[in-house]
Design a protein around this ligand. Structure first.
Ligand code: C2O
Ligand code: CU
Ligand code: CU
Length: 477
């Protein structure tokens, strides 16, 4: 392989149990077709309104040299990119032509969680339609978010199946760049007839990881860029359970923000780990003949013990752009306003959340693991409110993980500011909507429960864990 993909230091390499054989670089083996890089279709608002239909149906598509059957919004994997501006009204008709129920969640958007807005308690039956309506606040920050189904018990299956798409909020501060790209990373596995594979017990327990890792629904797609081009890459980790250690090879990569929330100061992307559900907004300056987004496996600390044998990826180029000709557009720096530092706010309430999952011995012989994944000893139940918060107060939460694997903790609607990890203070301003709680560790976050009242959710974004109960209901009153 070319020097662009030469072996580099692995952040997670040292001292970690190997999790199986090296990955087969699928497309680099004789005769396989190389997919070309394409962006999902864009549904953009016009004069403050976006009115569109998202139709769910099965789709048969080409993946590498195989024909596979997936689930789709509007016939593509990923679904269309929803592009809006602050102050917009978004009317989405969700038409469910699958033979299973579903619903829609706008992960990361600061919209209200009630009625026909970002309400995860809605049920859209097979064969039915539902009219969603979202009001994007006039002061909504620009950034990258995403949408996916949120029907408890089916979330992992449906996301694994192909149901996800990007949401882009643009405003006048959005930098002008040579290329503004959406890179939705997802994974899936198929049986020999090309149908989606079901998760086995171990997959459910550790969170399922697909055999194929895709960018915009292609395996290792190839695209074009220009020399010295400054591009914005909107990276979405839409994998059900896979952590992604990412770096850019062949370009300088500056991380502007995570989960749509800007850093006070752009940071180097190199080896940043995106948890399932995280997004990264990255400015890439092309400085070689080829520029790639490169992925390395983040090993489960207990993978050996669990007898897990998923593929290990080392310096795996997820997507590559070849530079031809010189860039003409010189990027303007965006001006971003990070969210206020909640460490300076007074805290009204402190709470503790303990995440727990069964160990191997506990699930041996069990018919189902449903309900064995818990928060504060309780599995998710629709008719229960687990946490009631007062609107317009700042809370401090300690999230404790009693298990031997990490869990990505997600709160709907309100961003979380990371204060400390395992007792170590975070020195910078870090607002995210998915934060990783290390194995046998704990984190402290602060949340400003402002503006919206109503009921929504917090949960592990390893979607198998969420479906098995690691989720709670929060109500802001
Ligand atoms: Cu991305 Cu509650 O989910
Ligand atoms: Cu969410
Ligand atoms: Cu989890």
């Amino acid at each position: 392989m070319s020097q662009v993909f030469s072996r580099r230091n692995l952040l997670v390499g040292a001292g970690v149990v190997a999790v199986g054989t090296g990955v087969t670089y699928y497309l680099n083996q004789g005769g396989n077709k190389v997919g070309s890089f394409t962006q999902p279709e864009v549904l953009a608002s016009n004069n403050g309104v976006l009115e569109a239909t998202l139709e769910l149906a099965t789709v048969s598509k080409q993946l590498g040299n195989a024909k596979v059957n997936m689930l789709s919004y509007n016939g593509t994997v990923p679904g269309p990119t929803i592009k809006v501006r602050p102050g917009d009204k978004v009317k989405l008709k969700l038409t469910n032509n699958l033979n299973q129920d579903t619903n829609l969640h706008t992960h990361g958007l600061f919209v209200h969680p009630n009625a026909n807005s970002d309400n995860p308690f809605i049920h859209v039956m097979a064969g039915e339609s539902f009219d969603y309506e979202f009001d994007i606040p006039a002061d909504h920050a620009e950034g990258t978010h995403w949408y996916h189904p949120h029907l408890h018990g089916q979330v992992a299956n449906q996301v694994f199946g192909g149901l996800y798409g990007a949401i882009v909020v643009e405003d006048d501060n959005t930098p002008k760049v040579s290329e503004d790209r959406v890179l939705v990373i997802s994974d899936a596995s198929f049986d020999s007839s090309g149908n989606l594979a079901e998760a086995n017990m171990m997959g459910l327990m550790m969170g399922r990881e697909g055999d194929y890792v895709m960018v915009n629904g292609e395996i290792q797609p190839q695209g074009k860029t220009k020399k010295q081009a400054v591009e914005r890459w909107r990276i979405v980790n839409a994998c059900v359970a896979r952590y992604l250690a990412l770096q850019v090879v062949g370009g300088e990569a500056k991380l502007l923000g995570l989960d749509g929330h800007k850093l006070a100061e752009a940071e180097d992307l190199q080896n940043r780990v995106l948890a399932p559900g995280n997004r990264a907004d990255v400015l890439v300056t092309v400085n070689a003949d080829k520029v790639s987004l490169v992925y390395n496996t983040v090993a489960h600390p207990d993978a050996g013990m669990m007898g897990m044998s998923s593929k290990e990826y080392t310096d795996y180029p997820l997507v590559t752009f070849t530079a031809e000709g010189a860039a003409t557009v010189i990027a303007a720096e965006g001006k971003f306003q990070p969210l206020p530092d909640l460490r300076k706010s007074s805290v009204s309430t402190r709470r503790k959340f303990t995440l727990a999952m069964p160990n191997h011995a506990m699930v041996m012989g069990a018919a189902t693991m449903e309900g064995m994944f818990t928060i504060n000893g309780e599995a998710f139940s629709h008719d229960k409110v687990n946490t009631t918060v007062a609107n317009n107060t700042v809370e401090e939460w300690t999230i404790v993980n009693t298990s031997t694997m990490q869990h990505p903790f997600h709160l709907h609607i309100w961003p979380m500011q990371l204060v400390s990890v395992n007792g170590e203070e975070i020195s910078t301003l870090r607002h995210q909507d998915v934060v990783t709680v290390p194995a046998n560790g704990q984190i402290v976050i602060r949340v400003n429960f402002h503006t919206h009242t109503g009921k929504t959710l917090y949960h592990c974004h390893i979607l198998d864990h969420e479906d098995l109960g690691m989720m709670g209901v929060i109500e802001s009153v």
